[in-house]
Design a protein around this ligand. Structure first.
Ligand code: ZN
Length: 268
């Protein structure tokens, strides 16, 4: 992690760069749209040509801020410390971790942050690189979870194929209470389910202490009450109780104060 901390200051300038980009500002269009599955929020019309102009000009700015030396440490091989399986949702990006993701985070993304839909990629991160932490990262208002809670029979065959594995998660929902709360709980249940699924794949590595499985939710709706943008850890190696998570060897020596605000559960 020393490498990660050394790069932390770069993350700040990187974020500032994105904050200044016109597309980043244009993308601020409400909190409730469900990743293509929920009610559409009003958003500005941006043509394909305008998008490509932003992409090319944005890359020019990126190049200006990253000289040749930036790439030297990793130009021939990668050495990430973290494998993350997260959702393709455009509101979720690795800058949430606060350090430069380059050469630090091996990211696998699909709708609903599912291990079974990307098992080969996850194997690559865990067995070949190999990182010592595999994180399953869900998020507030996940459109894939919302879609799986309803009737998605009208979706394309490919989308249905990727939503079907969420059925066991939704089966745990007792259907009581408000939809928003059920949705939030199902997001966390999905994370737990993916961690349990990973435990079966990597049981031996976990048992030998070579791998830690972490379940987390990126909470940009302040559902867990720790402020928007919080990373909430809900599971370690299948342990879902916040008290037990706090006592896990990988957590117990961390500074107590900040850690407490990052461990929680809505379903336990
Ligand atoms: Zn999602």
């Amino acid at each position: 992690m020393k490498k990660v901390l050394q790069n932390a200051f770069l993350a700040l300038s990187f974020s500032a760069l994105f904050a200044a980009a016109p597309l980043a500002m244009a993308a601020d269009h409400g909190e409730e749209h469900g990743g293509g599955h929920g009610a559409a929020a009003a958003q500005p019309e941006i043509s394909a040509s305008e998008t490509m102009r932003e992409v090319i000009e944005g890359n020019e700015r990126f190049k200006m801020n990253h000289d040749s030396k930036y790439y030297e440490p990793f130009q021939n091989s990668q050495s990430p410390v973290l494998t993350v399986v997260t959702c393709s949702d455009s509101r979720v990006h690795s800058h949430l971790f606060g350090f430069v993701p380059d050469n630090n985070i091996f990211v696998i993304r699909n709708i609903g942050n599912q291990v079974s839909n990307a098992a080969g990629s996850v194997d690559y991160g865990v067995r070949h690189l190999p990182t010592k932490v595999l994180m399953i990262l869900g998020h507030s208002s996940c459109g894939a979870v919302k879609a799986a809670m309803g009737d998605y029979s009208g979706e394309t065959a490919s989308i249905k194929k990727e939503l079907d594995p969420l059925r066991p998660v939704i089966a745990m929902d007792d259907q009581s209470g408000e939809f928003k709360e059920r949705w939030a709980k199902n997001v966390e249940r999905n994370v737990d389910y993916q961690v349990d699924y990973s435990m079966k794949l990597y049981e031996e590595k976990v048992a030998h202490g070579d791998l830690v499985l972490v379940g987390a939710v990126y909470d940009f709706n302040d559902i867990y009450g720790q402020g928007r943008g919080s990373l909430i850890i809900t599971n370690i190696n299948g342990e879902k109780s916040p008290n037990m998570i706090m006592q896990h060897p990988v957590m117990k020596d961390l500074t107590r104060g900040p850690v407490v605000t990052h461990v929680s559960s809505r379903v336990q």
